[in-house]
Design a protein around this ligand. Structure first.
Ligand SMILES: [Zn+2]
Ligand SMILES: [Zn+2]
Length: 347
């Protein structure tokens, strides 16, 4: 019997690579041979606290080639390169029936690995078996490495669209990890007059500078002075919070001008005290953003192909499944020099 490998976390900070029989697809399923899976902050949380994460989400940023399809699968063929996605609005859940197709319950569940067809493990694996809804063809012109970076590009594309950023906006991107670096590029593509990137880690600031951002600063006085200079002291039109640090929530809001937008991308693991009255009296618009819709993947892939978003600059190394535990521990240490690590299960 042919077997295939997959990694899973059995206990906090304890990763095991196991074998399973190479699965057969169900009628609506496809089997994907994984080419690359990106490591994300969510995976690091899952490594540290496995109970936090649905199993299918551990390794959710993947690309690969379809190697088998179920009897009812149409429009996806063996040999096709695909990326992990969510399906289009299902048309039959309570949200879709009410016309709120952008918040389809099934697509939400798929994005969070809790849909009825969610696989028993994620894509830190040689193969995954998923519902055909969960794959989209890779746009021509994308390399395999770029395809491995589409998922976080879609997350950030979704957030910048949701923020309703206006042409000519003064934008602050807080945090220059992968999500911040991608958000900054989408914000520039969306017509920001200036994008100020604020980040304490010098290696990450250097990446932002290499991506062509002129205003890349560490948190503190010089950053505040630059923002005041750009806005005559009003504050940012839009601030994208990409760190998820709960203690930064209220200070972030205070960098936004009266009537501006506070867009939340970083996911906080605890509650946070904020000044509700400040947000109310300054009429802030707070935009929450999580995951994506099906069409965000088309937009994200197009942004990479057109050159508006450079994902290659984010890709710092590639490792095999055998090195995954070590890399997750390093990424969780807080002192990493990596930006985006891809896992190649064939290594
Ligand atoms: Zn992710
Ligand atoms: Zn639906």
């Amino acid at each position: 019997m042919t077997t295939t490998s997959y990694a899973h976390v059995t206990d906090p900070e304890h990763l095991v690579v196991d074998q399973e029989p190479l699965p057969e697809p169900g009628a609506a399923q496809v089997v994907v041979r994984i080419r690359y899976t990106g490591i994300c902050g969510t995976d690091v949380h899952g490594f540290q606290s496995p109970s936090f994460l649905p199993a299918a989400v551990f390794g959710h940023e993947w690309t690969g080639t379809v190697v088998a399809t179920g009897a009812d699968v149409r429009g996806v063929e063996v040999g096709q390169r695909v990326v992990a996605s969510v399906g289009p609005a299902c048309g039959s859940c309570a949200h879709c029936v009410a016309g709120f197709t952008d918040t389809c319950e099934l697509a939400f569940q798929e994005a969070n690995g809790i849909d009825p067809a969610a696989p028993p493990h994620g894509a830190f694996a040689e193969h995954v078996v998923v519902d055909q809804r969960r794959v989209q063809p890779v746009l021509d012109g994308l390399t395999d490495e770029q395809a491995g970076l589409v998922e976080p590009t879609a997350v950030t594309f979704h957030a910048v669209r949701r923020a309703g950023q206006r042409l000519g906006a003064v934008v602050v991107v807080q945090g220059a990890g992968p999500i911040g670096l991608l958000t900054a590029q989408h914000a520039r593509h969306a017509g920001a007059r200036v994008v100020v990137v604020v980040e304490p880690n010098p290696a990450r600031r250097a990446t932002a500078t290499a991506l062509g951002f002129a205003d890349v600063l560490e948190p503190g006085e010089a950053f505040r002075a630059r923002l005041d200079e750009l806005t005559a002291g009003r504050g940012a039109d839009v601030l994208y919070e990409c760190t998820g640090a709960p203690a930064l929530l209220q200070p972030s809001a205070e960098l936004v001008r009266r009537g501006g937008v506070l867009a939340l991308l970083g996911y906080p693991l605890t509650g946070s005290e904020v000044s509700y009255g400040d947000w109310q009296s300054r009429q802030l618009t707070v935009v929450g953003s999580l995951a994506y819709t099906h069409d965000d993947f088309v937009g994200a892939m197009g942004a990479i192909v057109s050159g508006a978003v450079d994902v290659d600059a984010l890709h710092t190394s590639t490792v095999g499944l055998g090195d995954l535990g070590r890399v997750l521990a390093e990424l969780g240490s807080g002192s990493t020099t990596e930006t985006k690590v891809l896992v190649d299960p064939a290594r």
